[in-house]
Design a protein around this ligand. Structure first.
Ligand code: ZN
Ligand code: ZN
Length: 362
């Protein structure tokens, strides 16, 4: 599978008249080779790939990296090793690099090295590997499903522990513990636990706020399995039955989520997918209160292409797994968001998340 990915990248490079690509983004390196460490560079050519890493990963590469990939343990810096390799490969004339994933000082360094050697030319590219990553293969979908199962198991274990008088941070702590126990390798982003009026902050960090009776409680969190992410949001009410207003806003968000999840299709432009939920919320008079985009791809990163947003012209590719996460946020009152993970399958959308979406009283 990884050999196929590298071959597809090689074909893209050939189309552009490029001889090789320096891949520096770690998720892209993992996608192409299997390597999950924190320090690596990858050189991909038409006929092979060379991974550069350091001594700390000398054992790990043996189990993780596809045997068809040449592995070099750099004695000093990865960059010094890269210049040495490039010097020994006169066939590389035009070398692509990832503009979105190099620091300015690294870019300056290798532009200077290129000028000194004056043999190869640098070609800036954007989103070449990210584009390949948008369509998930069956193995990747299985990893995402496993991450979702871990996340849902952890949320189920956490809800009975939540009560009036707890801080948001304490709720986040219980949830993160449950995620670890259920097998999550980590947290794809800082767990969002927002209660009462703070639930109107779409990206609130968990705080020391004490949860009060009747508060809305918005929890947005994820799990990681074999590097692949889940991303889920549910909103609850704590210690009292929901008010009419809470029911009304929750029902609106739930219906817009359900309708967008059912209607989103591969091939649809990202902006048209976004409109599926936005039009619904606008018709109900809450358009101003839904200020973020509808969703994003998930995979080796929790936010990756494609985007489901007002400004996204690109069509949604087949096999993408995207979030559908409409929300309504009313300053001073609170907010509701419901987020599901959806596979854009050949027969239509497949909602991978199954945790109940009701406005449950905790
Ligand atoms: Zn989320
Ligand atoms: Zn999300």
């Amino acid at each position: 599978m990884r050999a196929t990915r590298r071959a597809r990248l090689g074909a893209l490079l050939a189309d552009r008249g490029m001889d090789a690509m320096l891949v520096s983004a770690l998720p892209n390196i993992r996608y192409l080779t299997g390597f999950s460490g924190s320090n690596a560079l990858l050189l991909v050519t038409a006929d092979g790939a060379t991974l550069l890493t350091d001594f700390r990963y000398a054992t790990q590469v043996k189990t993780e990296v596809d045997p068809a990939v040449e592995v070099l343990i750099a004695p000093a810096s990865l960059w010094a090793e890269l210049w040495r390799i490039l010097g020994a490969r006169p066939s590389i004339g035009c070398l692509a690099f990832e503009t979105a994933h190099l620091l300015h000082h690294e870019t300056q360094r290798f532009l200077a090295a290129g000028a000194e050697g004056a043999r190869w030319q640098w070609a800036p590219v954007v989103d070449l590997v990210e584009g390949l990553r948008e369509s998930k293969d069956a193995g990747e979908v299985a990893e995402i499903r496993a991450a979702i199962a871990i996340a849902e198991q952890a949320l189920g274990a956490t809800l009975p522990l939540i009560h009036v008088g707890m801080t948001e941070l304490a709720v986040a702590g219980e949830l993160e513990r449950a995620l670890r126990v259920a097998g999550s390798e980590g947290f794809p982003f800082e767990t969002i636990v927002a209660s009462g009026p703070r639930s109107a902050l779409p990206h609130a960090r968990a705080s020391t706020r004490v949860i009060a009776r009747g508060d809305l409680l918005l929890i947005d969190f994820g799990a990681i399995h074999h590097g692949y992410c889940a991303d889920i949001t549910r909103t609850f009410v704590v210690g009292a039955p929901p008010t009419d207003r809470q029911r009304e806003i929750h029902a609106l968000v739930r219906e817009s989520n359900g309708s967008a999840s059912a209607l989103v299709r591969r091939g649809m432009r990202g902006r048209d997918a976004d409109a599926l939920a936005r039009d619904y919320i606008e018709r109900a008079g809450f358009g101003e209160a839904f200020g973020h985009s509808l969703g994003h791809g998930i995979g080796l990163e929790v936010h990756e292409a494609p985007r489901l947003a007002k400004t996204a012209e690109a069509p949604l590719p087949p096999g993408a797994v995207v979030t559908i996460e409409p929300g309504v946020y009313l300053e001073g009152w609170g907010g509701v968001r419901i987020e599901d993970d959806v596979l854009l399958g050949p027969e239509g959308p497949v909602v991978l998340t199954s945790f109940p979406r009701d406005l449950v009283q905790l």
